[in-house]
Design a protein around this ligand. Structure first.
Ligand code: ADP
Ligand code: MG
Length: 449
């Protein structure tokens, strides 16, 4: 509260800044970091760029030492209570989407300082997109124009877009770069018509060397804005300026956008970003922990990385939740704490299937004991049950072949490999095998619910 008041006194923040500030919820102070949560990307970006200075200063003042802020997106965050009367309830819609500030193109490219190539972890899921982004940053206007990056939410599209902006300006400080979210572009366009400012609008988006436009899918079905964007795009492209576009779907799947426009998007280079693999997820968490200077042991990072698999934003959010919770309760960050804190985040469906669960359910299905299943008897039914259980361990857990062998009374990894192969072959050939494996799998899943 005291920091908010301090920020309010900062004249540079203004009405818009204050309405954004009300959307921020403080989470915790961990050493020199203050963790803040907001409900939307859009807000996070604003807080991390425009508000970073005043907020950092005000918080440092209140806390009594130099701090850094770390902002996480958490959809469940409600605006924090404030002393001003109009925010007793949720802010009115126009406050949640404050009007964009007037043009300051060259001085302020609207880039988030955290989103650079240095902080971007490369893996097989994003290697190509990263390389393309780097190539554009190195010689804007030359190759891959436009560059179109698409992929699911939280996979690094916005990060890459900002990284292009930073690096371009690092290499050539005179380059005029402008980052804009499509939503902001739309608001800006509508306001420019209302206020009779179409000239300044055009200047803002056409007198640049690199236009970075985020989440173009937002323009779907918005005819007038699309038309304006189309002209902007053509003007820039004809002048040899670079346009980089992101979208949550490929150009082909952009409904509500005319064919002539979609074709234009495909002129340059299209590349997607995929969900990261386990190694990349762990590497991202390591980097994040280091950047925020928080201590988190490897098993905690691995736990988070193995359970949150499809969205990097959620991955980072989980780490922040764990470290913030630990700091608040003055507890060390360890695995058991992480499990408790993230319980509701990691849904039952994703909870781990263990070898013992598989062995138990398979034995039950065949009406034999655990000893019989994991033993050495070569009777037919035991062998079948054993092989199916080994096969399911391979399919449903992350265990290595030798580790699986250990669960079956210390069998050799080649035995496990043989079993997996055998069941695989039989599933394809014999209906009965297929049905048995499916049924056991279903029972394992059910037993977790
Ligand atoms: P998108 O725009 O695709 O929804 P963002 O670019 O906003 O995703 O990424 C979500 C969060 O994950 C951001 O905080 C971003 O810094 C982080 N992030 C995404 N990809 C990477 C990566 N490869 N390395 C490090 N951080 C990443
Ligand atoms: Mg984004």
């Amino acid at each position: 509260r005291r920091a908010v008041d301090a920020v309010a006194e900062d004249r540079t923040v203004g009405q818009q800044g204050m309405s954004f500030l009300r959307l921020v919820k403080p989470l915790a102070v961990v050493e020199d970091n203050v963790f803040l949560a907001v409900a939307e990307d859009y807000t996070k970006n604003y807080v991390e760029t425009t508000l970073r200075g005043p907020v950092t200063e005000a918080l440092s003042e209140v806390i009594g030492r130099d701090i850094r802020i770390a902002v996480t997106v958490d959809a469940s965050v409600r605006p924090s209570a404030s002393s001003s009367p109009e925010t007793d309830d949720a802010p009115p819609p126009q406050m949640r989407r404050p009007e964009p500030v007037p043009s300051t193109v060259i001085e302020d490219p609207h880039l988030n300082p955290r989103y650079t190539f240095d902080t971007f972890v490369i893996g097989s899921s994003n290697r190509f997109a990263h390389a393309a982004a780097l190539a554009v940053a190195e010689s804007p206007g030359k190759t891959y124009n436009p560059l179109f990056i698409y992929g699911g939410s939280g996979l690094g599209k916005t990060h890459l877009l900002h990284a292009i902006g930073h690096y371009t300006r690092h290499l050539k400080p005179q380059t005029r770069v402008r980052y804009v979210n499509s939503e902001e572009f739309t608001n800006d366009f509508i306001n420019s018509i209302r206020d009779d400012r179409s000239l300044s609008f055009k200047r803002q988006y056409r007198e640049v060397d690199v236009l970075l436009i985020d989440d173009i899918q937002f323009l779907q079905g918005k005819e007038q804005t699309l038309e304006e964007f189309f002209h902007t795009f053509n003007a820039l492209h004809n002048a040899g300026k670079h346009v980089v576009i992101t979208s949550d779907v490929s150009p082909r799947n952009l409904d509500g956008i005319e064919e002539r426009m979609r074709t234009r998007f495909e002129w340059g280079l299209m590349t997607d970003v995929q969900p990261p693999d386990l190694e990349t997820r762990i590497a991202i968490l390591r980097k994040k922990a280091a950047a925020d200077a928080v201590q988190a042991p490897s098993d905690v990072l691995e736990y988070i990385a193995s359970n949150i698999t499809s969205n990097i934003r959620e991955l980072e959010g989980a780490l922040i939740r764990v470290t913030a919770f630990a700091a608040l309760n003055r507890q060390p960050v360890d695995l058991s704490l992480a499990q408790v804190v993230l319980k509701d985040l990691i849904s039952d469906d994703d909870s781990e299937i263990t070898a013992s669960m598989i062995i138990g359910k398979t034995a039950e299905y065949f009406g034999i004991t655990l000893e019989e299943l994991t033993g050495t008897s070569r009777s037919r039914v035991y062998v079948t049950a054993r092989q199916i259980a080994m096969y399911l361990c391979r399919q449903l857990t992350d265990l290595s072949l030798p580790k699986i062998g250990e669960h079956f009374g210390g069998k050799d990894h080649t035995t496990v490999m043989y079993a997996v192969k055998k069941v695989e072959d039989q599933i394809a050939q014999r209906r009965q095998m297929y049905n048995q494996v499916n049924e056991i799998h279903a029972r394992i899943k059910q037993s977790r619910a």
